[in-house]
Design a protein around this ligand. Structure first.
Ligand SMILES: Nc1ncnc2c1ncn2[C@@H]1O[C@H](COP(=O)(O)OP(=O)(O)O)[C@@H](O)[C@H]1O
Ligand SMILES: [Mg+2]
Length: 467
């Protein structure tokens, strides 16, 4: 198992926040850095171009190349430039006419000079041996006397201070902003995620409070956030299923204990009475015989209960096959023959159908219905077995018998286990009240249904319907 909290959702979200913001911030920072770089460069170029124009003006006022240095020194516009700006003037044949300082910018780095009437557009960056960077350009200029050959102006700007240093400071600040922005975003992400996940923790706490004796509790689906509503709903449904099987088990075991108590008490009572004094062997034999009957009934009841329990948990394999219901019933009737004859009861079998069912289980269900019907039918009367299709096409097997109708208040519970309409009288020990419960279980396994109708003046009808 992963250690608890290892990359929790909160951690993942805040990591994601951090990643998104580092990408975003870095993008913005790079953009800003480049934009400033370009803006500054543009300004430097403008400055150099302006310088060229000023120097041209100064030169237009003189007539001879020998006056150039003088004029330049006199003109405040051109020379009192900051010392980061360097101006040189060369004659036609390359001789140096003026230099504002000693920075030797090689002519070959200057690119092509702008013609006399044009503003310079070819700017070059030059780096000297000590690492200083210069932006430089060149242009032709004319002296006041038009017949003279043009001069070459070259201007260079030391961009280290105003550009490189400034940019690197700006870059450092940007980096700091990116780092702190990212940290802040991660932190905020953490807070937001932790806050967002509060409802998860609340649900977990509520779920933790649900114990086996509080299975009726549900999580509140209305207050759950939309993303968790499905989860909460599923959880509640699981609780409902748990509660149902839990109470099923509870009822089951209490029913079982309840039903076992009476016969076992009876057995104990009889043994006690018999043991109270010396008896003749025939009496012991009688007792054991009666006990045997009771044991047999108990054993049947236990296996019935086991059957119902298995079916209730859907652990019964269903061997479906096409069953000819009529011939299945005929086989059952063969077993009932002697009993029917003894009771003087007729059976009328009508209809014929094939259903897909587990043959053994189907026979068991029909047997249970038939044995009930036999019990409640008077001598000389007749039990009906009808196989037919319902209006909607469902295969149906009906077992009907005349006799006292079942009071309507009992009808809804008649298929419950251990339910007998006349509890007192039915302790004749032959019936445990499990027969119809088994019928219902079998039909449920088949996705079918068992129903009953019993109204005064009509037959009591039990129906098995298959989907
Ligand atoms: N054909 C019927 N006519 C009248 N009552 C019936 C009929 N079948 C079942 N019952 C009632 O339903 C109860 C439950 O039946 P069942 O589950 O088979 O248990 P058991 O037969 O062991 O009593 C019976 O005790 C009886 O009261
Ligand atoms: Mg029965």
């Amino acid at each position: 198992m992963m250690p608890r909290g290892w990359l929790s959702i909160t951690a993942r979200l805040s990591l994601a926040f951090a990643m998104v913001s580092v990408t975003l911030f870095t993008g913005v920072a790079v953009y800003l850095y480049r934009a400033l770089d370009q803006q500054l460069m543009q300004r430097h170029m403008d400055e150099l171009a302006t310088k060229v124009v000023l120097v041209r003006h100064t030169l237009e006022e003189i007539a001879s190349a020998t006056d150039v240095a003088d004029a330049m020194l006199r003109s405040p516009n051109t020379v009192s430039a900051p010392d980061r700006l360097h101006v040189r003037l060369l004659g036609v044949d390359g001789q140096l006419l003026f230099a504002s300082d000693l920075v030797p910018i090689p002519t070959e780095v200057l690119g092509s000079p702008a013609p006399v009437a044009e503003v310079p557009s070819d700017f070059r960056v030059w780096k000297n041996a000590t690492g200083d960077r210069y932006l430089a350009t060149s242009a032709y200029a004319r002296l006041g006397k038009p017949s003279m050959q043009p001069l070459l102006i070259s201007v260079a700007l030391d961009v280290r201070e105003e550009h490189d240093v400034l940019l690197s400071r700006f870059g450092a600040r940007l980096m700091l902003a990116v780092v702190s922005g990212t940290t802040l975003a991660a932190l905020l992400g953490w807070l937001v995620a932790a806050r967002g996940l509060r409802s998860v923790r609340r649900i977990a706490a509520a779920a933790a409070r649900i114990t086996s004796d509080r299975l009726h509790k549900r999580l509140d689906e209305r207050t759950a956030p939309a993303e968790l509503a499905d989860l909460v709903h599923a959880f509640n449904e699981m609780l409902a299923r748990l509660e149902e099987s839990f109470s099923y088990l509870e009822d089951f075991s209490s029913d079982l204990a309840h039903e076992l108590r009476t016969p076992i008490n009876n057995l104990m009572g009889q043994a006690e009475v018999t043991l109270a004094e010396a008896r003749r062997p025939e009496e012991y034999q009688l007792l054991l015989e009666s006990n045997m009957e009771e044991y047999g009934r108990l054993s049947r009841m236990i296996s019935d209960m086991l059957f119902i329990a298995k079916v209730g948990r859907y652990q019964m394999p269903l061997n479906r096959e096409d069953v000819n219901v009529r011939s299945a019933i005929e086989k059952i009737l063969a077993f009932f023959d002697a009993l029917l004859e003894e009771r003087g009861i007729e059976v009328a079998l009508r209809g014929e159908l094939i259903v897909s069912a587990d043959r053994i289980l189907l026979q068991r269900a029909i047997t249970n219905l038939l044995s009930n019907a036999v019990r409640y039918t008077q001598r000389g009367e007749s039990i009906g077995l009808v196989i037919f299709r319902e209006g909607d096409g469902r295969a149906t097997i009906e077992v009907n018998n005349p006799g006292p109708p079942i009071p309507p208040e009992h009808l809804p519970r008649i298929f419950d286990r251990f339910y007998r309409v006349d509890r007192a009288r039915s302790h004749s020990y032959e019936n445990s009240g499990l027969g119809l419960a088994i019928v219902k279980s079998i039909m449920r396994l088949h996705d079918g249904a068992a129903t009953v109708s019993s109204v005064p003046g009509d037959l009591t009808r039990f129906r098995l319907t298959f989907p």
